[in-house]
Design a protein around this ligand. Structure first.
Ligand code: ADP
Length: 461
């Protein structure tokens, strides 16, 4: 069942329930009100009739009574279809008129009336005319019952009115429910039209072409927000796919460079017989290109690993880790006559992935050594607020303001840096490691003076 049909069915069922409850309430209320007004009119008429009755020597005297003669009161009572019976205390009739004038008096109601309790009962017309309402009330003289007035009225009008109301409710409700269902179906159609559009667009958009967008007119309702979120998600996916494709192209190009160089060396060397010294040079060149190739593949693997960090997180003593990395890099620094100092606050502990953090420090110190001709590299670490801060500063050639924003991009290498070995992936790997640890990394540099890389890492992942 479609959402649209389901909505229409729900609206109809809801309206049916509301109409059922409301209709029952109205029906019962009207029924109560109508029977209460019949009872009130019977009571009023009984009082009117009793007031007209003369009493002569303790007996009922109807000789001059307007109810039994031609009078406006008699006309009015007759016009209302009332039956009036004036009875002796034994129930025998003195005077009666109206459609139910032969109605017998129920002994228990007679007894109750004579005891001073007027009664109202519903009886069935003995001649088969339906239900009638009967009021029995005593006529008293000095507190003694000397007769009884019985007034009856057919309940046909009441029943007709109630039947009419019930018919209207039973006939009107299905029409209203149907109209609500159709209305709900049409409204749901209008409200869900954008969803159809979203479905069709989503069908059209494939992984190969993520450029399609819903581009629904801006609205802040639920569907508008859904469409906007969907477009944002597409934009993110599109961006990720593009970056991924770009990365594959860049990686292939980077790998091609040393391979082309190797092919060239091989074909040039193979052109003719070479001396041993020439072969040695060719082999040395080949070894250099192979080293570049393996550095590249190593870094590509490291990057893949850094993008999907291991789930295991262990406690790390960052102070010891940094000192150990600095110690391991010192011989390399010394080959360039550079000083490598390490000023690390002791007891800096955090949780994270040891191998990744070693790689991060190695990359930063290695860059410092690579791009510094004289002076040295300073490694320091301290506690800053809730974070641990690592700073690697050098007195190297520095990075120009135009190059600085690009140093964390994949395969980016400043032109001057191309003489040094490298892949252009070291800082990207570092950035991914820092990101996986929930931290941040930034670079500052003054060309000709030196560079400073600052890493902030939260103690807990
Ligand atoms: P690479 O393998 O080229 O060192 P990185 O990603 O580590 O790749 O660095 C990217 C570029 O940023 C380098 O090629 C270099 O131009 C610049 N760079 C990084 N660190 C430094 C530094 N300490 N001093 C000067 N330039 C640097």
């Amino acid at each position: 069942m479609t959402l649209r049909v389901r909505f229409a069915v729900w609206v109809s069922l809801l309206l049916l329930a509301v109409l059922g409850a409301f209709g029952s309430f109205v029906y019962l209320d009207v029924a109560n009100w109508l029977s209460a007004s019949v009872d009130d009119s019977l009571r009023l008429s009984a009082t009117q009739v009793i007031e007209t009755i003369d009493i002569e020597d303790g007996r009922i005297d109807l000789s001059d009574n307007p109810v039994t003669q031609d009078s406006s009161l008699a006309d009015e009572l007759r016009a209302r279809g009332l039956t009036i019976q004036i009875l002796e205390t034994d129930g025998s009739s003195i005077k009666s008129f109206g459609p139910y004038r032969d109605l017998t008096v129920d002994p228990s109601t007679l007894a109750a009336a004579l005891a001073g309790r007027s009664t109202l009962v519903t009886r069935t017309d003995p001649s088969g005319g339906g239900a009638i309402r009967v009021l029995t009330q005593a006529i008293t003289n000095d507190g003694h019952a000397i007769g009884v007035v019985q007034i009856s009225e057919s309940l046909r009008n009441v029943e007709d009115s109630l039947r009419g109301l019930l018919t209207a409710l039973l006939l009107g409700s299905p029409i209203l429910v149907l109209a609500a269902g159709v209305g709900g179906y049409l409204l749901a159609g209008r409200a869900l039209a954008p969803i159809d559009h979203i479905t069709q667009t989503a069908h059209r958009i494939s992984a190969e072409d993520l450029s399609g967008r819903l581009d629904l007119p801006e609205s802040h309702d639920e569907v508008g927000r859904l469409a906007a979120t969907f477009d944002e998600m597409l934009a993110r996916l599109d961006g990720a796919f593009r970056r991924e494709r770009q990365f594959t192209t860049d990686a292939a190009q980077e790998l091609r460079t040393p391979l082309t160089a190797m092919q060239a060396i091989l074909s040039v060397t193979a052109q003719r017989q070479r001396t041993a010294a020439e072969y040695e040079t060719a082999l040395a060149d080949l070894a250099e290109e192979t080293a570049q190739l393996s550095a590249l593949t190593e870094d590509l693997l490291r990057l893949a690993r850094a993008e999907h960090p291991p789930v295991t997180v262990e406690p790390i003593d960052l102070s010891t880790l940094l000192s150990d990395v600095a110690d391991s890099m010192r011989p390399l620094a010394q080959t360039k006559y550079l000083a490598l100092t390490c000023t690390v606050q002791s007891g800096l502990s955090m949780s994270g992935d040891t191998d990744s953090l070693i790689r991060l420090c190695l990359n930063l110190i290695d860059n410092g050594i690579k791009y510094t001709a004289q002076g040295g590299i300073g490694v320091s670490a301290s506690e800053v607020g809730n974070d641990l801060q690592i700073v690697v500063a050098d007195t190297g050639r520095g990075i120009s303001p135009e190059q600085l924003p690009h140093v964390f991009e994949r395969f980016y290498r400043a032109d001057e840096a191309r003489t040094a070995p490298g892949t252009g992936l070291g800082l990207v790997i570092s950035w991914e490691i820092v990101k996986a640890h929930g931290g941040s990394i930034s670079a500052e540099s003054t060309p000709g003076v030196g560079s400073k890389f600052t890493v902030n890492l939260p103690r807990k992942l």
